[in-house]
Design a protein around this ligand. Structure first.
Ligand code: ATR
Length: 274
């Protein structure tokens, strides 16, 4: 039986075990998937211990994604673009590959919802990304690769948005202050305000002009950002559950020689249960 885990803090409510075991079930595989509570001081030792004691692969969630990037021995291009990893794969003899499937997970979920709403694809769309921290950084490369026409990053600390934009030499990418937000087809909430039960102050007209508003966080009740989007007339208001499952599917494929599970079936199950 192959052993997997997810490292995070807090970790007790992570849906990753449930999602990964559903994926394994689709292929008749019996895996073990745990939750590992860690801490910044112990994280490197916890990861080393896990791979020394039979672990095949792991997910990494808040707040360890950047620390994980520092400790892996090999990285994929998308991990380097993000400067963070959410997926670890043991390669034996202390070697660990770090990948980042968050951005492609977001792109997959956005594409599915745009098609469902019959409003075209990501290519040619204008996007406003709120936030310039670890979560935002992981999705910039895949959004550009998906062919967006313009991607504007807005952040409370404008200098961090400028730094993020500078990492990618792409004329479609720009930054702005939170006081001068441009209208966009898609607005993505990638700050950590939802975790702090806070709200961003956003102009009402932006929601009405957007075809889709997406919050990368998820929870039992709509976030303040999604409440703002719905109250101000956006027709497609989505939380990050789909992204969570899509990124997990890509991690599963990395660990299982490219086997790509049916993510929509698992999203449907989770929505029915919760
Ligand atoms: P994560 O890995 O979740 O992205 P992070 O790297 O600490 O966490 O980044 C948090 C992001 O949320 C940042 O963009 C942060 O803005 P600053 O760079 O100005 O700190 C943003 N953020 C957090 N609290 C916020 C608030 N109350 N209002 C606006 N933005 C906030």
């Amino acid at each position: 039986m192959a052993l997997f885990t997810v490292f995070g803090s807090p970790i007790a409510h992570s849906l990753s075990p449930q999602i990964q075991l559903e994926f394994a079930d689709q292929f008749g595989l019996v895996n073990e998937y745990r939750r590992s509570l860690s801490s910044p001081g112990r994280f490197a030792a916890d990861v080393a211990y896990f791979f020394r004691h039979g672990g095949s692969g792991a997910n990494v969630t808040v707040p360890f994604k950047q620390q994980a990037y520092q400790l892996v021995t090999h990285t994929t291009l998308r991990a380097r673009q993000a400067g963070a990893v959410n997926t670890l794969m043991g390669r034996g003899a202390g070697q660990v590959l770090g990948d980042n499937t968050d951005g492609l997970g977001l792109v997959a979920d956005l594409r599915w919802h745009l098609a469902k709403a019959q409003v075209g694809d990501l290519s040619g769309k204008t996007v406003l990304l709120l936030g310039a921290g670890g979560a935002a950084r992981g999705v910039v490369g895949p959004l550009l690769d998906a062919g967006v026409a313009r991607l504007t990053v807005a952040n409370r600390t404008e200098a961090k948005a400028a730094d993020l934009v500078d990492r990618f030499a792409d004329s479609r990418l720009a930054y702005c202050s939170m006081n001068e937000l441009p209208a966009a087809d898609i607005i993505i909430q990638a700050t950590s305000v939802a975790l702090q039960q806070q709200a961003l102050t956003l102009p009402a007209n932006l929601a009405a002009q957007a075809v889709l508003c997406y919050d990368m966080s998820y929870g039992a009740t709509p976030t303040k950002f999604l409440q703002w989007a719905a109250a101000n007339g956006c027709a497609n208001c989505l939380d990050g559950l789909g992204m969570l499952v899509e990124q997990a599917a890509l991690s599963f494929a990395l660990w299982h020689d490219g086997l790509l599970p049916d993510s929509r079936a698992v999203i449907t199950k989770l929505l029915e249960r919760n």
